[in-house]
Write a protein that binds this ligand. Structure first.
Ligand code: AMP
Length: 211
């Protein structure tokens, strides 16, 4: 099963991706995670990406497309994958379609998780992540409820950067919803509900679509 997860930053893509990966045993490809790891390791890619990420801007298409093409060559993606945070522009979506067609693979569904922007600002500015296991929690978690690890705030979850990320989403990424609607792959999900309810809807829709 090959899935694209669409949605504004903070819509809950990461949380749902983790659950889908556990349920269907498919590879999780998060361009944000790959870029953050590169920034942390101060690789040439990380150094280039950091200035864009700190401002809440998109990293250039050529860089991100190259990353995803490389990742899709890896063996674990053959059993299926979930793309989380990619594509984010029409250029990326077109490049993905052409790469998958070369690899003889298809996207089965593009799941768009929809959440009101006001809710998103609140969610992102109070979001905290576990340093050790990556658990996505909130300000209310003094330590990680999964592994007791230390929680931290992403640099780009500061209010000003969050607003810019949402503006970038509206301008560059929201049009992808129509792109995938046009190819009959779009599944729209109300993301302003408890995590497990959203997951149940996604699972039911996928099982129905894929038989
Ligand atoms: P995310 O964790 O998906 O919210 O991504 C964090 C940041 O990484 C974004 O604000 C962008 O700066 C960068 N990024 C992640 N994925 C992409 C992408 N597909 N295209 C361009 N920039 C990206």
């Amino acid at each position: 099963m090959n899935i694209v997860l669409l949605g504004a930053p903070g819509a809950g893509k990461g949380t749902q991706a983790a659950k889908l990966v556990a349920e269907y045993d498919i590879a999780h490809i998060s361009t944000g995670d790959i870029l953050r790891a590169a920034v942390k390791a101060s690789t040439p890619l990380g150094l280039e990406a950091k200035s864009y990420m700190d401002k809440g801007e998109l990293v250039p298409d050529s860089v991100v497309i190259g990353l995803v093409k490389e990742r899709l060559q890896e063996k674990d993606t053959e059993k299926g994958f979930i793309l989380d945070g990619f594509p984010r522009t029409t250029t990326q979506a077109v490049a993905l379609a052409s790469e998958l067609s070369e690899l003889g693979r298809d996207i089965d569904a593009a799941i768009a998780v929809q959440v009101d922007p006001e809710v998103i600002v609140k969610r992102l500015t109070s979001r905290r992540l576990c340093q050790s296991c990556g658990y996505i929690g909130s300000q209310a978690d003094a330590s990680c409820p999964q592994c007791s690890g230390e929680m931290y705030q992403r640099d780009d979850d500061q209010p000003q950067t969050v607003r810019n990320r949402l503006a970038v989403y509206e301008q560059s990424t929201a049009p992808l919803i129509d792109y995938y609607r046009g190819s009959d792959l779009l599944v729209e999900i109300d993301g302003d509900r408890p995590v497990d309810n959203i997951f149940a809807t996604i699972k039911a829709t996928l099982n129905q679509r894929l038989g």
